[in-house]
Design a protein around this ligand. Structure first.
Ligand code: SF4
Ligand code: SF4
Length: 147
């Protein structure tokens, strides 16, 4: 009797088709920026430095199919690992559903508009610095906020 309910309310993450799974990504781009961890406090800091494959204007990976081969530390989300990835943003749709939460109103599956993510202040800046334009030692000076 779930005919009128959307798939993310009726299926678990592991029951979703590939297409459904991919559509859950809100396109915020916040898993494609460099982050720093404070090992003592557990804090995670976001920077305004993006992965070399990330296009910040389109908020998309420029080689999604080959991302794991081209970027060794690109983490592929799965229903099995999403609950363990505590550094992922709390707004991430996968993380929210894995934690039993609802999608927010600004999620494109609800708003019908990909730009609602940016209007809600969730998306990364279109002016991210590409990683190949900054020295790793300077990452700390690029912190924008605590995640
Ligand atoms: S943080 Fe989650 S919702 Fe945002 S781009 Fe990454 S996978 Fe998609
Ligand atoms: S390889 Fe693509 S999906 Fe992976 S972090 Fe970089 S831009 Fe994001």
């Amino acid at each position: 009797m779930n005919k009128n309910k959307p798939f993310w309310k009726t299926k678990s993450l592991s029951e979703m088709s590939d297409e459904e799974w991919e559509s859950l990504c809100d396109g915020c781009g916040r898993c494609c920026i460099y982050i720093l961890h404070n090992e003592d406090t557990g804090d995670v800091f976001e920077t305004d430095v993006g992965c070399k494959l990330f296009d910040p204007k389109k908020r998309a990976c420029t080689n999604y199919a080959n991302r794991s081969k081209l970027v060794s530390d690109c983490v592929q989300l799965t229903p099995d690992n999403v609950e363990r990835l505590h550094w992922m943003p709390k707004t991430c749709a996968y993380r929210r559903l894995a934690n039993g939460k609802e999608l927010k109103d600004w999620h494109p599956l609800i708003s019908g508009d990909r730009e609602s993510v940016a209007r809600a202040g969730i998306a990364v800046s279109p002016d991210l610095i590409p990683e190949n334009e900054i020295d790793n030692d300077l990452l700390e000076s690029r912190i924008t906020k605590v995640r």
